[in-house]
Design a protein around this ligand. Structure first.
Ligand code: SAM
Ligand code: SF4
Length: 459
């Protein structure tokens, strides 16, 4: 997945709204973002740093003086994409432009990037963004190769302003990095150690976002529920959820991604207690086989994971569930994969994200025998998706006739259609001749159900 930032200037937000230097003529920037929501939000903050320095955003990379790629290295394919993008600026096409590589590929490849693409001027890893103003100042002073790659930090990336790319739903990182050590994962290496942001700073920003008209807040972290307030207030994650939900003007609070080990009953109690906390939990399982989970170093067994699901299913509000799977992990037998399929039946997810195992540098699984062929990985992935499709279809069918509050966040695929999400994160499309629905909350009754979305009518 990649996205470019197209951001209305009125969606600038920040701890301190200082006047922004008027854009210097000719100093235009373009950022393309690959990967997860955390990367999307990092790009919003990087844009804020550039705006503060007088740069202005452009949609067309050809019109930009500064082009940044905010990269993802979670799977090999994602990392390769970046080098093909960099190839576009080889020779005359890149003359006079500052090309920068940010994010996880920058952290992973480091100086190598200058070797492979000598026209790149800036390499800055995800754990070093707080150094970005300094790195930019060095480039502006004529330095042609600058690099920020520290991971030994206890600081988080907080900016004076953030250029948010959605006028009603705001991302907010509350915890950066990761202290887990899943054997397949590059994140602890690329994003550094876990560090949480102080609760008062988070709540101040939430209050500001509400005053600018944002009604939905999405709290982000690789293991968002491992949040530990570093301030004397020592707020728990559940306490923080409640405090964010209590902020006047905030109607929805989402959070992603939760780690099963740190998912306790207090989070379920918070969802039950406050209707503004969305009744959707993304709880990646990765495999249904305890043997595979052990080799993945996930720190829970299949049964322990299913106990968490039972706890969520016992909530007073119906909580919708989504998850991530990796298929074809080294040594995954047919029986292990059958355990994954049977977990789908037991957990009854509303959505899954599934990936073929991809060996990554610096991870312990890199040295395991990647013994499942690409063809077999493909077969397992298709079987998993087929099985889940049936489950989703049945679950969505059970919603026919029910009415839900939907936050309208897009135009539908068909003319005259709108699309939005329920608090349980289900996508609902519905027809309406109205032209002013973007960002509005409306009641929609479900009249048709497919595996991936619902069709409704305004009620
Ligand atoms: N922190 C989250 C967690 O603990 O589940 C997810 C982090 S990662 C950005 C998102 C997903 O990518 C993971 O849940 C996993 O399914 C997938 N992933 C990570 N490393 C992978 C690899 N080496 N090969 C295939 N998929 C991978
Ligand atoms: Fe990666 Fe595991 Fe940390 Fe998630 S919890 S970011 S999968 S190491």
């Amino acid at each position: 997945m990649s996205s470019s930032l197209h951001v209305p200037l009125e969606s600038l937000t920040g701890a301190t709204r200082r006047p922004i230097a008027s854009p210097a003529p000719g100093r235009a920037f373009h950022i393309e973002t690959f990967g997860c929501q955390m990367n999307v939000h990092d790009s919003e903050k990087v844009s804020g740093v550039l705006l503060e320095r007088g740069y202005h955003p452009v949609d067309d990379p050809a019109a930009a003086d500064v082009i940044f790629y905010n990269t993802c290295s979670i799977r090999e394919k994602a990392a390769q994409k970046v080098f093909s993008r960099l190839g576009l600026h080889r020779g005359p096409a890149g003359h006079g432009k500052i090309i920068g590589v940010l994010g996880c590929v920058a952290q992973q490849e480091g100086e190598e990037i200058f070797e492979r693409a000598p026209w790149v001027s800036l390499v800055c890893g995800s754990a070093s963004y707080r150094r970005l103003p300094d790195l930019l100042a060095q480039i502006e002073a004529g330095n042609r190769r600058v690099m920020g790659l520290d991971t030994d930090t206890d600081e988080t990336f907080e900016t004076e302003i953030t250029r948010r790319d959605n006028p009603f739903r705001a991302y907010l990182t509350i915890i950066e990095g990761c202290d887990k050590a899943c054997s397949y994962c590059v994140v602890p290496f690329t994003r550094g150690p876990e560090r949480s942001r102080a609760s008062d700073s988070i709540l101040r920003e939430v209050g500001e976002l509400a005053s600018f008209g944002y009604s939905e807040i999405q709290l982000l972290g690789q293991t968002v529920n491992s949040y530990r307030d570093p301030s004397p207030r020592s707020m728990t994650f559940a306490g923080l959820l409640l405090a964010v939900a209590d902020t006047p003007g905030i109607r929805r609070v989402r959070f992603t991604t939760s780690h099963p080990r740190d998912f306790g009953p207090d989070i379920v109690a918070a969802i039950d207690a406050h209707p503004s906390i969305c009744n959707h939990v993304h709880l990646p399982v990765q495999s249904g086989s305890t043997a595979v989970l052990r080799r993945m170093l996930r720190t829970y067994t299949r049964d322990e994971y299913l106990e968490k699901i039972a706890m969520l299913r016992a909530a007073r509000r119906p909580i919708s569930l989504s998850t991530d799977f990796i298929v074809g992990f080294p040594g995954e037998t047919g029986a292990d994969f059958a355990d994954t399929l049977s977990l789908l039946d037991a957990a009854q997810y509303d959505q899954i994200f599934s990936f073929k195992f991809s060996p990554r540098p610096n991870t312990s699984a890199e040295h395991m025998d990647d013994d499942i062929s690409e063809a077999e990985k493909g077969i397992r992935l298709a079987a998993l998706l087929d099985h889940q499709r049936e489950i989703q279809l049945a679950r969505n069918h059970s919603l026919l006739g029910e009415a839900f509050e939907v936050l309208v966040d897009n135009r539908g695929h068909k003319p005259g259609q709108w699309a939005g999400r329920t608090t349980s994160n289900r996508v609902v499309n519905f027809p309406s001749p109205r032209t002013d629905l973007l960002g509005q909350y409306v009641q929609v009754r479900v009249v048709q159900a497919g595996p991936n979305s619902l069709l409704g009518e305004l009620s």
